[in-house]
Structures are given as C-alpha cells and as structure tokens.
Design a protein around this ligand. Structure first.
Ligand code: ATP
Ligand code: MG
Length: 562
C-alpha cells in the first residue's frame, strides 16, 4: 500500500520550495535556541518538536544553541534543566553550542562594522536615545554622536570593552537610518556595557551583544539554513538580514529567518519571566510544581513525552496568534494512559463499610484485570474482607433514581467482588456517617459464572479492604488560573487570577495493597477517578500520588453550571 503523504505545514512548504529552487538537501540545518533564563514550558515544546521534527524528516542536524547574551538573568541551573527536558522529550541535538562562544567573533565583526562606517559609539543615556527614536508616524532624530570618526569610534568601543565606562554610559549602535519605517532599523543598539559575571565567560567581558546582533550572526556561524522563530520577531527579520549583509560571504549558505505563531494555552501563562514570578513569589512550589505549564512540571505531574509530542503535532503550527485549549493536552495524556496505565482501586475520601453477613475472620483473594484495553496486561490479586472502605460520595441514605451508587435498601456491585445491599448506617454526634452496614450475596462473585454473578445491578463502585489498605497522600490539581487568558487583562496583573483551589491535598486516602511496590513516576488509573502517578515526595513509609488528569472533565461541568 502506498504511504499516504501527510499535508505539509507552511514551514515544510518553505523548505520544499527552497529545495526545488536548488538548495542542496545536505545543507539543511536547524537549531533550537533557548535563553537559559528559566525552565522550558509547553510552548517551547512546540518549537522543539517543530525544529527536531524537521531534523528527523529531512535527516538534517539540529543544534541546541543557548542564547546566552544576558548574564544578568542566565544561570547554569537553567542550562542543565533545558538539556534534561529536551532529552526527556525524546530528542537528540547534533551539537551543544553557546552564543557566548562567539563573543570574540561578534566583537571582531563589530569592529568591521565601525571600520565600514556602519556603527558608532553613542554617549547618551538610554532615555535620550529613546526620545530621539521617533514614532511609527514620525521620523527619529540623529544622535549628536552619529558622525564620529572611525578612529574615535574604535577607541571608544575598545574602552567600552576594557571596562573603562560605567553601565548605561555608552552603547555601540548600528548606523542604519533614523527615518526607517521599521522602528527596529533606527540605529539599533548592538552592544551595551554590562559589568556582570557570565555563567560561562566569567568576567572576560564588560560589554555584551544584543539579541538581534547575536542571533543572525550565530545562525551564520553555525550554517543554520532555516532559523525558525516566533511571530514577534517578524519585524526583526529586516534587521536580521541587514546584519547578515554586513558579514555575509556569497560562497556561504545564507540563513533564513521564518516565523510561526507562539503556542498559547488556555488557563495558564507562558513566559519564563512570568513563571519565574510564580516561583519567586511562592505561588507554586518551584519550577516543577505539577501545576506549572513547564516541561518539568508536566513531567512531575505524570505527563509522558509522547503525550506532549502528540499534543504539539495535533495542535500544529500556525501563522497567526491563537490559543490552544488545555483540554487538548489533557485529551492526549488520557488517550495514551487509557491504553497503558494499569487499573487499580483507591479510595480518596473513605467511609467504612461493614458486610455483616461476611464471616469475621475470613479473607479471600479476588482477581482483577490489570487493563481491559490491553490483553497482555494480565491480572492481579486483590484481598477482600468483611470491612472495606468506599468513597463517601458513593453512598447516600436516600437518593433519586439517577444515583447509580449505593443507597439504603438498594444493591450495588463492588468492583471485581460481590453485590451488596445497604441496610443501615451508624452516625456520630454530628450526624456524620461513620459506618454503613450491608449484606452481601455470596453467590454473586464477579467472574464466578454463577447465575447470581450475572445478575445486573445498576451501579458498580470501587473499594479497598481496610485490613489490607495502604494509606497514601493524594494531591489533586486543578487549573492554576481561573481565567482563560490571565495575562490578557490590561488593568490587572495575571497573578490576580490565581486559582486558590488549584491544589487539594488529601492525607487519608487508601489504595489497594498491590501499590505497595509502586515506584516514583509509575502511572495508574484509579478506577472511576482518574489517572495518577507516584510523586517524588514518596518515601518508603508514605506514598504520594499526583492526579494527572481526572477521567471526566469536572471543569467542563462546572463551567456548564455557571
Ligand atoms: P519566554 O518569553 O517564555 O521566555 P522566549 O521566546 O523568550 O520565551 P526563548 O528561550 O528565547 O524564550 O525561546 C527559545 C525558542 O522557543 C525560540 O525560538 C522561541 O521563539 C521559542 N518559543 C518560546 N516560547 C514559545 C511558545 N510559546 N510557542 C512556540 N515557541 C516558543
Ligand atoms: Mg527570549
């Protein structure tokens, strides 16, 4: 059967057109260029999947380039975390590179620019420079230092480099035009004085290159064929090309910047700067808090690399800004775990149930399928006894016909076990139910083949045997923000929309004994409840579970009620 060709996205289309126009396919090269100023988020994952995906598709190298030109914000911790996240997502870079490795080359090229009369040192403050910039409808004004001689510029620039000037006192600017339509072309700054220690070059440099100057030239040095970035850089493309023109040699490959829309996800924010604020203000428990949209947060929460790759693939890439529904991400993890996660029983909010006609000291072992979606998953043993826990919400003294769980005088099936009937309750002084007394139908054991086992009852509920149950802490997560687009409000800070109920910790949950041997990171379906994984806070005497995602979307229901 002929392989069906998937339709190309617009970036692939650009590459195909370049190949048709004669670009040597062995010259294709891509890069993923994070700034190590925070942890990667799900938006970066889209860029990673796009760039590394192109690498796989065209058998071309993809470099990891750290765009590390701002020592004030960059740290080794972030470099390490970024590498871990990309590898975890399942991708391998060809080379690990750093813009800071090109500081000398960039400096030499800046000298060249000065010598060509295309750059000058400006002694003005940033406020003065900004004032002269003009507006889109109004021309800018030339700096009084714009026509300095080459010699003077060279001498001043070297002084900047040697640390003879204070921060903010001098900058090197490209001499383009103060009347350009594109504001970014109005003599942009190429270098600034920054007396900060850099995580790789230490105190070697007193000046640091700006993003625009660095990025295109780094692409050129690395022979990147297609430099793919997000839409906000569209206006920068003209400058990218202008900078390239100054150093480009015709015999070389000329990198091309092309833009796609950033991934935005509903009910969260997606900028390292904002995520850093959440961490620093203690609104979350670190970058890998399971509520964070960071890759490390999603990993800890229990998301798989595949679910994130599948999400990025389905969400696709766009030419215009848009917001992707977080439900799509949840769909992909549910879809995967439905096929792969072993089923187990866990009772989050327990109430005691006594089966009064079950012998006091009897225990029996029941069998349950590990995963009905996977015939190779096998079965496991579950102990059953006279006293069990069920969910408090699964019982009501009285309820209407739509309540398919346990109620007085009615029957329900205990999953993988027997049919029981509720007869009476015991309450404490506050009227709260402390015990439910039931009787069971001895012949109704699941899978026994008896007539009674085939009897249809409306509801099935999960349970754990009290004597065998394992106590666990369960962390239930909800969306971190109550607003669909928390950072879209002009008059309000995004932090005002933090969901106060985004984390609920339940200490007295009980899980079936097969989970005693569960290891950190293992994922399960708690039947009827959702998918959970073992959090790294678990210890030998205490399991901690994270809810990855509920089976049904409670949020959608809540929204509906409003
Ligand atoms: P942030 O504001 O979150 O720090 P950034 O663009 O400054 O984002 P970088 O480290 O510079 O972060 O990004 C590395 C690469 O990932 C860039 O090519 C950038 O365009 C891309 N990227 C960043 N955020 C997104 C996003 N939300 N969707 C898609 N790609 C993104
Ligand atoms: Mg950035």
């Amino acid at each position: 059967m002929a392989e069906e060709k998937k339709s190309l996205n617009f970036i692939e289309q650009i590459i195909e057109d370049d190949l048709k126009a004669g670009l040597d396919p062995t010259k294709l090269r891509f890069r993923f260029p994070p700034e190590p100023n925070g942890y990667l988020h799900i938006g970066h994952a889209s860029s990673i999947c796009l760039n590394f995906g192109l690498g796989q598709e065209y058998k071309a190298p993809v470099n990891l380039r750290f765009d590390d030109t701002n020592p004030a914000k960059e740290e080794q911790e972030y470099v390490d975390a970024i590498k871990e996240d990309i590898q975890w997502l399942g991708f391998k870079w060809a080379e690990e590179l750093y813009s800071s490795d090109y500081f000398q080359q960039l400096f030499d090229w800046a000298i060249l620019l000065i010598e060509k009369g295309k750059a000058y040192v400006d002694d003005q403050t940033s406020a003065q420079i900004a004032e002269q910039k003009g507006t889109p409808t109004q021309d800018g004004v030339n700096s009084p230092f714009r026509d300095r001689s080459v010699e003077e510029n060279l001498a001043l620039f070297k002084k900047m480099k040697n640390g003879d000037f204070e921060e903010g006192s001098h900058v090197l600017r490209a001499k383009i035009s103060m009347t350009a339509k594109n504001m970014l072309m109005r003599d942009p700054i190429i270098y600034r004085v920054l007396k900060k220690s850099h995580h790789r070059t230490g105190n070697d440099w007193n000046i640091y290159p700006m993003y625009d100057w660095t990025h295109g030239e780094s692409d050129y040095i690395e022979k990147v064929s297609h430099s793919i970035c997000t839409l906000e850089f569209k206006h920068h493309r003209e400058l990218y090309d202008w900078f390239l023109d100054q150093v480009y040699d015709k015999k070389d490959l000329r990198p091309k910047q092309r833009e796609f829309a950033r991934r935005n996800l509903s009910y969260t924010v997606m900028s390292k700067r904002k995520l850093l604020q959440l961490v620093e203000d203690g609104l979350v428990n670190g970058w890998d808090d399971p509520r964070m949209p960071t890759i490390s947060g999603l990993r800890r929460r229990g998301y798989t690399p595949k679910s994130i790759r599948d999400f990025s693939e389905t969400a696709g890439i766009a030419k215009r800004d848009n917001v992707t529904d977080i439900a799509l991400l949840e769909f992909h993890i549910k879809n995967e775990l439905n096929k792969t996660a072993p089923r187990v029983m866990a009772v989050l909010n327990p109430v005691k149930l006594v089966i009064t006609n079950y012998p006091k000291n009897k225990e029996e072992i029941l069998f349950a399928e590990n995963n009905p979606e996977d015939e190779n998953a096998g079965t496991r043993e579950i102990p059953f006894s006279r006293e069990i826990y069920i969910e408090r919400e699964d019982f009501r003294e009285q309820a209407n016909k739509k309540f398919f769980r346990l109620k007085l005088d009615k029957e329900v099936r205990l999953k993988n076990a027997y049919i029981i009937k509720a007869n009476s309750v015991v309450k404490d002084d506050n009227g709260e139910i402390t015990e439910i007394h039931c009787t069971y139908d001895e012949d109704s054991k699941s899978g026994s083949g008896s007539e009674a086992s085939k009897r249809k009852v409306k509801g099935t509920i999960h349970w754990v045997s009290i004597k065998h149950a394992v106590n666990a802490e369960v962390r239930l997560y909800d969306r971190l923000f109550t607003d669909e687009a928390p950072d879209s409000h002009k008059d309000k800070d995004f932090k005002e929309f933090i969901n106060p109920d985004s984390l609920q910790i339940i200490n007295n949950s009980f899980v079936e004994p097969s989970l005693k041997t569960a290891e950190i990171g293992d994922r399960f379906q708690f039947q009827r409840l959702g998918y959970f994984n073992v959090d790294l806070d678990s210890t030998s005497d205490g399991l901690v579970f994270n809810r990855i995602v509920p089976l049904r979307d409670s949020w959608a229901k809540m929204e509906h009620k409003k």
